[in-house]
Design a protein around this ligand. Structure first.
Ligand SMILES: [Zn+2]
Length: 242
C-alpha cells in the first residue's frame, strides 16, 4: 500500500466513523422503560357531598376510606338519625369534614309553610348544635327542591350540586365513577349518598380516579374560601367554578 492508498483508506475510515456517528445521533431513541402516563388534566378543587346520613355501617366505612386517602368531604345529615349515631357524627367532625343540615326527617321543603320549614331546619340544627357546638350549618334541601320561600326562610346558604351521580338508582360503582369522571370540573359539587354500600365503594373509586387526574378534595367552606366568595344565607349555589 503506497502513501496515497493509505491516505485514501484513512479518509474512508474517517468517513465511515462520521457516518456511524450521524446515524446514531438521528436514530430513533429507544422507549423509556417506565410506562408513559396519559396526559394529566388540569384538575382543580371539588367538593364531595354526601346526603341522608349518618347511617349505621356505611358512614363509618366511608369515613375510614376517606381518612386513608386524606380526603375531606361535606355531609348533610338527617336530624332524626343523629342521636342514634352520635359517635359517628363526632368522628366526622373530628376528622375535619364539614357537616350540614338535610332537614329533620327528609321532607321536601318547597311548598311548606314558614313554620313547617323552620321546624324542619331548626330541629336538625339543634341536634347538631347540641353535639358539635355553635357551628354555621349550610342547608341541602332534599331532592334539590327550592322555592322562593325557602330562600327567605332557610337562614343559611342553600347548597345544591352540579354533578348528580344518581348513585341511588343503579347502584353500580363503575358507572358512577364514569359519570363523575365525565362531569366533574374545577369547582364542582358532587352529590352522593352514604347510605348504600355501593355508594361508599363508588365514592372511593371516584376519589382515586379524580386524584389521578389532579383534583383535590375540599369541604364546601374551603371551596368558598378558595374562590373568595362569602356564602350568603338564602342564596342557592350549584357549584363554584373559577
Ligand atoms: Zn336526601
Amino acid at each position: 500500500m503506497d502513501k496515497k492508498q493509505k491516505q485514501a483508506l484513512l479518509w474512508f475510515l474517517w468517513g465511515m466513523a462520521l457516518l456511524l456517528a450521524l446515524l446514531a445521533a438521528f436514530a430513533p431513541q429507544p422507549q423509556a422503560s417506565v410506562a408513559v402516563s396519559a396526559p394529566q388534566s388540569q384538575g382543580g378543587y371539588v367538593a364531595l357531598t354526601f346526603d341522608d346520613g349518618p347511617w349505621p355501617g356505611t358512614t363509618d366505612a366511608l369515613l375510614e376510606g376517606l381518612a386513608q386517602r386524606g380526603v375531606k368531604a361535606t355531609f348533610f345529615l338527617i336530624g332524626s338519625q343523629v342521636e342514634a349515631q352520635t359517635d359517628t357524627v363526632l368522628a366526622m367532625a373530628e376528622a375535619g369534614h364539614q357537616i350540614g343540615i338535610h332537614t329533620w326527617d327528609h321532607v321536601q321543603l318547597d311548598g311548606l309553610s314558614q313554620w313547617e320549614t323552620q321546624d324542619q331546619l331548626d330541629r336538625c340544627r339543634k341536634v347538631l348544635t347540641d353535639l358539635l357546638g355553635p357551628v354555621e350549618f349550610m342547608v341541602r334541601p332534599p331532592y334539590g327542591f327550592v322555592d322562593e320561600n325557602l330562600t327567605r326562610w332557610a337562614g343559611a346558604p342553600i347548597i345544591c350540586w352540579d354533578v348528580d351521580t344518581l348513585d341511588w338508582q343503579d347502584k353500580t360503582p363503575s358507572r358512577i365513577r364514569n359519570t363523575v369522571l365525565d362531569q366533574t370540573r374545577d369547582g364542582s359539587v358532587i352529590l352522593m349518598h352514604d347510605i348504600f354500600p355501593t355508594s361508599v365503594e363508588a365514592a372511593l373509586l371516584c376519589v382515586d380516579a379524580l386524584m389521578a387526574e389532579g383534583f383535590r378534595f375540599v369541604t364546601l367552606e374551603e371551596l368558598f374560601f378558595l374562590r373568595g366568595i362569602t356564602p350568603e344565607n338564602g342564596q342557592v349555589y350549584l357549584a363554584l367554578y373559577p
